[in-house]
Design a protein around this ligand. Sequence first.
Ligand SMILES: *Cc1c(COP(=O)(O)O)cnc(C)c1O
Length: 360
Amino acid sequence: MYAYPCLTVNLDSIRNNIHAMVELCHRHGVEPAGVTKLACANPEIAQAMVEGGITLLADSRLINLQRLEGLPVKKMLLRLPALSEVEAVVRFAQVSLNSEENTLRALSKAACQLGITHGVIVMHDLGDLREGCFFEEETLHLARTVTELPGLQLEGIGANLACYGGVEPTTDNQTELTAIASRIEQALDVQINVISGASSAGLFLMLRGGLPKAVNQLRLGASLLMGIGLNDDPIPGTCQSAFSLQCEIIEVKLKPSVPAESTALDAFGNKPVFVDRGIRRRAICAIGKQDIDINQITPHDSGILVIGGSSDHLILDITDASQTYSVGDIIEFDISYSGVLQCMTSEYVAKRCISADNQS
Ligand SMILES: *Cc1c(COP(=O)(O)O)cnc(C)c1O
């Protein structure tokens, strides 16, 4: 229906990242879960994960897991299940991360109704203060509850770090998690098969050899797709440019850089601020804040300045650009994690997967 704006996904780069990450993880005794939420569970990307040796796909949203139903690997729900969705959870996910007793009871009931067993990873909060039980007694109590409920199987324990509180995965906090796992094993006389220590934020620790041996799962999204770990730092041997954004120019004009008499608020209720650079060559691209936070994109052409935007317009200063642009030309941008997330989610941004053997 429309060609631009377009988020281009280089599948070859993603395949290389997956290949590199799976190998690194295996070398450190870690089985990576492939997190698909950044790509809204795009089937070609999920397929690339499976072909690259990912044996467990994970997503925070059930609707995404439903999209992955046909792929022949286990699925894990990352966000705590909502009480209103437990029937779908046990249908579309074989494992889920949990921290609430009432939700576990509801999952148990739903699993029994379907006559299946649903795997549970009990979440412990190591201090990042998003999901999970902060107090060990509570984690132990939940683990016991899982073992007592029919239709549920205690798969392991897990923790999430760095996403909310900025708490880094460390040898200390990962060791704390493994110690809790051992105490659960002793107290309940069960075996904890999975210790799911962190997300991509735990990779640098793993690569430094600082991850305790017992931590055998990391949940990887950003690293597989964008080659980045903690603080968005690049992971050696991976590619950071699998995603790029292309936008079409719809106007090019010489204009002053300061509006005639700026007294009103802009379309988003802010008082606009301007730098007077004199008369400049400006371009408007057909993309706007409805599609993307314009701070999340960087033009490939380093002579182009992103100077602002509104709901449907992106305004660029192209005076110092490395080439002369005209209406109809396409401008390329690098794009951050949250930028990719927004574009993947916007129905107004076309998506195009490319690879050497197939341009689709
Ligand atoms: C999103 C998410 C991940 C993956 O995080 P990345 O930084 O993309 O690797 C892992 N675990 C949980 C619980 C998540 O919500």
